[in-house]
Each structure stands twice: as C-alpha cells, then as structure tokens.
Design a protein around this ligand. Structure first.
Ligand code: BG6
Ligand code: MG
Length: 231
C-alpha cells in the first residue's frame, strides 16, 4: 500500500505585514511604573499635594519635567522657578533610583523574554521607545541591553508622548515604516503617540483605560506573537 503525504505550510499573514516591534520600558518590560508612582507620591506628600494612583495614570509615558508640572498643577502652584523645579525633579529621581537599586533579571515582566525570542525567531527587529532618561541603566540591570537593535529614550527626544517622535526615531533607526511596526505600551499617552505616528499598537493593562489600542492584553504572557494576526 502506498501513502501520499501533502505538506501545507501556513504562512501567518502578520509575518508579511510586521517588520518591527517597539517596546515601551516602564510598565511593559519591567514594573518600574510602581516605583515612579511611589517616588512622585512621596514628593507630592512633602509638598502637601493630594496625589493618588488615579492621578498617576496621567504621568505614565510622559517626561520627568512634565510629570512634575502636572503634580504642581494639581496643587494649584501658580509659580515656581526653573531652579526649584529642577531640584524637585532631581530629588524625585534620586529617590526613584534608590527604589530600583536591586532591580535585576527576575524583575522582567512575564512574557517579555518570550516575545523578544519570538521576534528574533521571526526576523522581526526590536527597538526600545521610552520617555525615561534612566532607560539604559535599567536595561543594563535587567541584562537586556544587548537584545535591542535600536534604543531611543528620554535622552534622544525633544517631544514627549503623545507626540510620536520617540517611535518615529526608533522606526527610522530600524529602517522600517510606522505601518510595518507594532508599539507595545502600558500608557494611554503612549498609545496616542503610536496612533498619531501611524503605528499599530498593543495596550498592556486595563482595556477600559487603554481603549485606543489595536489589541489589548493584560500581560504579554497572555498571548504569543500570533495575536498580531488580529491586526
Ligand atoms: O524620570 P525618568 O526615568 O526619565 O522617566 C520619565 C518617564 O518615563 C516613562 O517611561 C514613565 O512612564 C514615566 O512615568 C516617567 O516619568
Ligand atoms: Mg510605560
């Protein structure tokens, strides 16, 4: 008796469409968002400004100075000299750095390493697109710095999310178009930045808050890259 076997190779559609993934850092790769909150909360307490996790949502994805200005506006602070603002921003950052002293590979959020590996297996380029000026230091602590083809952070940008500059610079560095790239973000403003630049997006976190993402996940560990088939 003779058997004939036919092999079908199914090529997923997203593999023809997507050439790059741009990861946000804080709240996507590592849960530093909570330390940013704790450091801002402690500063707000010192200044006597009411500040809770609800208001903190507005700080996700924006620069250090914009965050400080937002907190001062909550306290109805009409005027503060640039010098004094700088001192407060520096003190918040020193506190934040203290809180993340012990950050290490175990702090990488679930699913991140698998997504990075899948990108590599599928010849998808990887960039970091973060507002943080501490990004490189954090990637070093996590031993991830060598995984990225391009790193764009708060030291490379002049405009903050929701301006798409950070993602545009990342795409330019990778040599891909926005329409061929997926941005992974935990911040509403980050998702707005992705949309403003014409990037696809995945929102990590509460789908009700992140309701402008193309795909919503609670965590990267909730799906593998074939979820991009939904795009
Ligand atoms: O103070 P840093 O590390 O430069 O970070 C700037 C911003 O970086 C973003 O990634 C965070 O979501 C913001 O909360 C933070 O303010
Ligand atoms: Mg973030």
């Amino acid at each position: 008796m003779c058997y004939f076997y036919t092999k079908y190779v199914i090529i997923m559609d997203w593999k023809n469409k997507i050439k790059a993934v741009i990861f946000d850092l804080d709240g996507v790769i590592v849960d530093t968002a909570k330390y940013h909150y704790l450091a801002w909360k402690s500063l707000a307490d010192q200044l006597g400004i009411p500040f809770s996790e609800r208001e903190n949502e507005n700080l996700k994805g924006i620069s250090r100075m914009d965050s400080l200005n937002f907190i001062l506006s909550l306290g109805d602070v009409q005027y503060m000299s640039q010098d004094d603002k700088m001192k407060l921003a520096i003190s918040k950052n020193l506190h934040y750095l203290e809180l993340i002293t012990d950050l290490n590979r175990e702090d990488i959020l679930p699913g991140t390493l698998e997504w990075i590996q899948e990108c590599k297996d599928n010849n998808i380029k990887i960039a970091l697109g973060s507002a943080s000026k501490n990004a490189r230091r954090i990637l070093e602590s996590l031993d991830l710095i060598d995984q990225f083809d391009v790193i764009i952070d708060g030291t490379n940008t002049t405009k903050t999310k929701p301006d798409p500059q950070v993602f545009e610079l990342a795409a330019k560095g990778l040599g891909v178009k926005a329409s061929e790239s997926v941005v992974i973000e935990d911040a509403y403003k980050g998702l707005e930045a992705a949309k403003n630049g014409g990037f696809y997006s995945i929102g990590i976190g509460d789908p009700e808050i992140l309701n402008i993402a193309d795909i919503n996940l609670r965590s990267l560990s909730d799906a593998d890259m074939n979820i991009l088939e939904k795009l």
